[in-house]
Write a protein that binds this ligand. Structure first.
Ligand SMILES: [Zn+2]
Length: 253
């Protein structure tokens, strides 16, 4: 059976059986893959402690019959130190990993997404905690915007996404694929466009991730998150749990 050596970021670790773990990994060449780490949860395992979400590894994977691979060996490339001691950064990193988990397809080349996620995890270590929610941190929003672009879903924001008209654009319609003019708002299910948020999203899409903090004012962050969430829901059927709820959810009692 084929053996694959690759770099990987751990997106999620699930307990499996008595002592195994099933990992979701993000790799450049294979996108998202699932792999079983046998014995990883035994107290004597040298591997187990390394397999935490956010850790970057060099791994050897063995292909199985189905989609589940077997993790044969791991070397830590970057343990993500500094990310896990701070509540704000920890939560922001969790949002970044969740976005990759939900948006990057399985078993498809994903070098761009891999680079975005590894870059985001490095940047978040040095990011100063902001006022407000970690999920609205510019690095988190910039990561989501770039994953959107990597999925071929760059929203059209410079001219009407429905009819091509020049600005002014007053609405945002994920169905149309971006900002829409006033005549196209009617009947398109468009929401009101926040011009500051639209500018911020253009900045996030066109600038390197490291420049994200300069692109997003605190006032624009929720609007950026909303546009990304609408695109993800409309075109990929994905709702990020870390993001703004798109419908009211009832809390379990
Ligand atoms: Zn139009």
């Amino acid at each position: 059976m084929a053996t694959i050596e690759t770099e990987a970021v751990v997106l999620r670790t699930l307990r499996y059986g008595e002592s195994d773990a099933i990992l979701s990994l993000l790799t450049p060449g294979l996108g998202r893959v699932s792999a079983i780490a046998k014995g990883a949860r035994k107290p004597t395992s040298r591997q187990g402690g390394r397999l935490q979400p956010g850790v970057r590894l060099h791994v050897m994977l063995v292909e199985g019959r189905g989609d589940l691979m077997t993790l044969r060996s791991t070397q830590v490339v970057d343990a993500g130190a500094g990310l896990w001691v701070d509540g704000y950064r920890l939560l922001a990193a969790g949002c970044v990993l969740e976005a990759a988990l939900r948006v990057v397809p399985e078993h498809e080349e994903a070098a761009a997404s891999f680079n975005v996620i590894t870059r985001a995890l490095v940047l978040l270590r040095a990011t100063p905690p902001r006022e407000g929610e970690p999920r609205l941190d510019p690095i988190v929003l910039g990561t989501q915007a770039k994953l959107l672009a990597a999925s071929g879903l760059v929203p059209r924001l410079a001219s009407c996404a429905a009819c091509g008209a020049a600005p002014p654009l007053t609405g945002f319609s994920a169905t149309a694929g971006g900002a829409v003019c006033t005549p196209c708002v009617v009947g398109s299910g468009a929401e009101r466009l926040d011009p500051a948020a639209a500018d911020a999203l253009v900045g996030l899409l066109s600038r390197p991730l490291a420049d994200a903090p300069a692109q997003v004012d605190a006032d624009a962050a929720a609007g950026v998150e909303r546009m990304i969430a609408l695109m993800l829901r409309e075109h990929l059927g994905v709702t990020l749990r870390s993001g703004t709820p798109l419908s009211v959810t009832t809390r379990p009692r």
